[in-house]
Each structure stands twice: as structure tokens, then as C-alpha cells.
Design a protein around this ligand. Structure first.
Ligand code: PEP
Length: 254
């Protein structure tokens, strides 16, 4: 059975104390309100990771993730953070390939394949993001784009390695715009992704892969999205900065 996950991406928000108090609210609510087997993952800025991981100890429904990690094991890369460093904080996940990293930091599929390898080698589970731009959807090349992102980013992995990866379908036109993909549009792409995984590996691997939807997901639209057969949760940006909204999205699976 694949896991249901709702992951919050705080992006470059929350100073140290703000992050700690937001996380404390989330943990308290998770403790009292989550009855199912879903996991809430908070992907914070690096500065919070160790403290949040300490606070999350003892709560098996809460995990911590980073938003990036470097592809090299270590070395002269001033200002960068390695996967080993992230792992040493107690974080379990790392977002890779977010469209903001692709767009503003020039991260290519090739680079992301290397980051994925290094993350896995260091025991981190990648939340690997894929998705098309508005132009790519309007010109109807979105399935080709997504397939290329999968092939070049993660399909070099063995089935055993791939089992550690969570995928997130995030149409770029829906991120932070308030425009959500309809449940039918999202389901169509999620089913396509699962089918590609089955073709690359096998049906069992495809059935076991958690595929999240991301893009202006909120407490109002989460239910309809998460009811779709191939949508296993969400990657939540804006709404993860409000503990109540985030928890209401996690609770869709209760
Ligand atoms: C994201 O950053 O991954 C995201 C989905 O953002 P938002 O929910 O704000 O659209």
C-alpha cells in the first residue's frame, strides 16, 4: 500500500523563531487530530531542520524535509548544503526539482539526476517535482515534458532506489497563482505518470509510488483532488504557512 503524504513547503519564509512556533502548532494539532496513517512532512529552510527534527521525535506521523541539497558529497562550494549535512539534522526528506529551483537557479534534469543520486546515497528520500509550464500545456506538449523529466531525472534509478522516491506533480502555472488544476486534469496526469512508472519498472512499483499534487492546493479544494485514484496527497506551499489550513488539508485522509 502506498503512503498518503501531505508535505508543506515553507519556501524562503519564517525566521528561526517564527518557524519553531508554527511547527509547534502543527505538531500539537497532528497529535490530537490525525487518526489515519497519513504523514505530514514539513519542508523548512535549512536553519530550522535540526530543531524541528528534535521537536518531531516521538511523533511518527510527522517528518521533516529540506528544500534542496547539493549534488556533491562535500567540498569547496561556498554557501551550499550537502545531503549528508541535511541527513545529520534528522531530516528524512528533501524536495528536489521544484519549479522555482528549475526556473531561478537553472536546475536541469541532468543536475537533478545527480542530486537525486547523492540524496539517496545519504539516506534522504527525494520529493521529486515535475510539471509543465502554461505554455507547454497550451501547446499540448505537457505529457512529453513530464515524461522527459521522469526519464532524465529519476528513471535511471534501480527499482529499489526508486522505491525511496516520492513524486510531486506540480503544474508550474498553478504554483502560487491561486489557479488549481481541476481534479480531472490532475488525475489525468497522475495516471499518466503511474503508467510511465509501470512501463519503466513494473505495475507493483507503480502501485507503490506516492504521487503528490501541488499547485494552489488549499482546504477547500484538497478533498476533491485527494479523492482521485492516483493522487496520494499534496505538496503545499502557501497554505502550509497557516497551521490550521495545513492540518485541514492533512485531515482530508482521516
Ligand atoms: C509549491 O511551492 O510547491 C506549491 C505548490 O505552492 P502553492 O501551494 O503556494 O501553489
Amino acid at each position: 500500500m502506498r503512503k498518503k503524504i501531505v508535505a508543506g513547503n515553507w519556501k524562503m519564509n519564517m525566521d528561526y523563531n517564527e518557524g519553531l512556533s508554527l511547527f509547534s502548532e502543527v505538531v500539537n494539532m497532528v497529535k490530537d487530530e490525525i487518526t489515519g496513517t497519513q504523514t505530514a512532512v514539513i519542508c523548512s529552510p535549512f536553519i530550522h531542520l535540526h530543531s524541528l527534527a528534535q521537536l518531531a521525535k516521538g511523533y511518527d506521523k510527522v517528518a521533516i524535509g529540506a528544500q534542496n541539497a547539493h549534488q556533491a558529497e562535500s567540498g569547496a562550494y561556498t554557501g551550499e548544503i550537502s545531503a549528508k549535512m541535511v541527513k545529520s539534522t534528522g531530516a528524512e526528506f528533501v524536495i528536489l526539482g521544484h519549479s522555482e529551483r528549475r526556473q531561478y537557479f537553472g536546475e536541469t534534469n541532468e543536475l537533478l539526476a545527480a542530486k537525486t543520486d547523492t540524496a539517496l546515497k545519504n539516506g534522504l528520500k527525494p520529493i521529486f517535482c515535475i510539471g509543465e509550464t502554461l505554455d507547454e500545456r497550451e501547446t499540448e506538449v505537457h505529457f512529453d515534458v513530464i515524461k522527459k523529466q521522469l526519464v532524465e531525472g529519476v528513471f535511471h534509478l534501480s527499482a529499489e532506489q526508486f522505491a525511496q522516491v516520492v513524486l510531486a506533480y506540480e503544474p508550474v502555472w498553478a504554483i502560487g497563482t491561486g489557479k488549481t488544476a481541476t481534479a480531472a486534469q490532475a488525475q489525468e496526469v497522475h495516471a499518466f505518470i503511474r503508467n510511465e512508472i509501470a512501463n519503466q519498472y513494473n505495475q507493483q512499483v507503480a502501485d507503490d509510488t506516492t504521487i503528490l499534487y501541488g499547485g494552489s492546493c488549499n482546504p477547500k479544494n484538497a478533498q476533491e483532488l485527494f479523492e482521485q485514484g492516483d493522487i496520494d496527497g499534496g505538496l503545499i506551499g502557501g497554505a502550509s504557512l497557516k497551521s490550521r489550513d495545513f492540518l485541514d488539508i492533512v485531515k482530508v485522509f482521516n
